[in-house]
Design a protein around this ligand. Sequence first.
Ligand code: ZN
Length: 157
Amino acid sequence: MIPSEKINEISQANDIVDVIASYVAVKKRGKSFLALCPFHPDKNPSMTISPEKQVYHCFSCKAGGNVISFVMDYEKISFIEAVEKLAERAGIKIERSRGNAPREDISKLYEINKTAAQYFHNNLANISGGEKEFINSYIAKRGIKKNSLTKFGLGYA
Ligand code: ZN
């Protein structure tokens, strides 16, 4: 999920005239720009682009929308893909949700968990006296076999 403020920021950072001009030839006509419409076989430029409103409209085939919908329709990609493409174009970073944590973060978390597990597993081996007796009787009561303690890296906190 990309927050709507982020989508607004990305739209504002990509001028619609510049973006469309990177795909098709664009000519200035008064306050607007004209282009051959890429969404229908167009001989006379029937697409107008308004830099003021940041929208485009084709008088022939009625195609129209904003900078994101232009990229979606032209490239035949999804909304998210178009937003990502425009973010990259403008040098804007999109924060990834937790579900897409970068690989380094995942392996870091894995290391932390492994270190903690080792610490508690060592505790189990190093306890002595009454504590050891208590733990051993608890393990026996739970029916946990000795080799399971190492196999599953069980620990004592
Ligand atoms: Zn058209």
